[in-house]
Design a protein around this ligand. Sequence first.
Ligand SMILES: [Zn+2]
Length: 478
Amino acid sequence: MKNIYYLFFIIPFFGLAQQKSISESLFTEYENYKESTITHRKFKHSDIKPLIDELRSENGFSITALGRSIQGRSISMVSIGNGATNVLLWSQMHGDESTATMAIFDIFNYLKKNKEILNNLSLHFIPMLNPDGAEVFKRRNAIGIDINRDALRLQSPESKILKAARDSLQADFGFNLHDQSSYYNAKRTNKPATISFLAPAYNYEKDINKTRGNAMKIIVQMNDIIQKYAPGQVGRYTDEFEPRAFGDNIQKWGTSTILIESGGYKDDPEKQFIRKLNFVSILGAIHSISTNNYENIPIKKYSEIPKNDRKLFDLKLTNVTIQYLGKNYTIDLGINTTNIESKENNSSYQIGFLREIGDLSTYYGYKNIDAENLIFKIGKTYPKILSNVDEIEKLNFDNLLRDGYTTLALDSIPEDLIFTKYPIKFIAVKDIVITRDNTIPKSPLQLGSRPTFLLTKNEELSYAIINGIVYDFSKQEN
Ligand SMILES: [Zn+2]
């Protein structure tokens, strides 16, 4: 009896331990496999096409031309391995969701040198299913269809290609690779949902059959891997059935489907660390499928993964005291930052927009300012109206801020002055608003605006918020 007892318990744990050591070595050796020609997330079809062409001469790789996008860009499938279990992975059906595509090219580099993971498997990758969307870094395809709502009607060539690939392979496992907003968090925590998972439902009843159950087991293992490198930063999507979506239908058609959504990670705007997490966890899942060691995972562990929520701001200010029409109010502010790229000089700049005002105690921030005892003040506009950029450069901006000036008026904003590195808001003279004595002034905070104000303590300046970006006076940090 004793021996049998041990056998039952040791086998599953051995599987998990092996899984762990493989993900550890994938994590530490990642740089050896990272595809060096992809360095940022806005690459295009023309950037990955030569990489796919190179694979044609690579031992064990085969390339299948699946068809073309609406605008005629090629969509290819890269296959590796001759095993009986077919695994299909597709990325970027939404053109602006490129994190997993980057990881797929890292995985190709890994598979060039490590074929043992292919035991029993045939892997099939469709990187960048929506190249027309990727061209303009937009979600939808060239005629404005969300491919992920076209699984039944199949109007887009991209949708037909995915359906045909799944059907011809009768894939056992499918990885549906996406990105989500960086404002998702693991529910009731301040941790971003850096990776979110879903084993999509295949009916309104949300039944769990063997196909869906296997997807849940793989997700439990992937969650274990991610937790190691981004603790607490995993979310689980709600499994409402969406009859038009690909994940839900591919699950229904008998392929165990795993949805992976790459979200946000602090100070990783190009999602390069998240790319690494994709690499490690997807290869970990592939290893688990090739060794069948997911089979002993209890399905109930899937529902223990925290739910996804959307409660993050880039910047959260708490307990700001604002005075309006002679009264004080305590409010929290939620500000989100948008990165805007300037084509002219190949640089980018940031603007923050005010997205919420009020009690934000159920929300979190990537960056937080405790504004308890700080008073909101509207900054002053510099008294001299400037006529050109040379005059601007002569000013000492740190001193201007210290004197409480947050705004500078120009005769007109020159067209090439798209952004400046100065911590001050520029406005054109024509945009100066004059409030007449007999009208009630607007509140100084407007939803959707680029907030510009000062926070003071005992008349001393603590912070300036200029166009939604923080300047910390104590650190002189801009
Ligand atoms: Zn998506």
